[in-house]
Design a protein. Structure first.
Length: 78
């Protein structure tokens, strides 16, 4: 999808970003971009939803597991 940024990332037990996954490594999928919603009206529902990946952008934790290959394509983690 145009303007849709997506990464597979490794999180610690508290849900904090540790690093981006290597090609083929399974991790949590994070998405960012203008088409990602701004959050819930109730801030309590936003807990654990947003990730700081160290690049100043707003990333949403999808809660899904996946992997990205060396060509940039994403696949479900099996």
């Amino acid at each position: 999808m145009p303007l849709q940024a997506m990464k597979a990332v490794v999180l610690d037990d508290a849900g904090t970003w540790m690093r981006d996954c290597a090609a083929g490594e399974a991790g949590v999928l994070a998405i960012g971009g203008p088409n990602v919603f701004a959050g819930y009206l109730d801030p309590d529902q936003d807990r654990g939803l947003w990730l700081d990946l160290g690049d100043g952008r707003r990333w949403m934790n999808t809660g899904d597991l996946g992997r990205q290959d060396a060509d940039g394509y994403f696949y479900p983690s099996t």
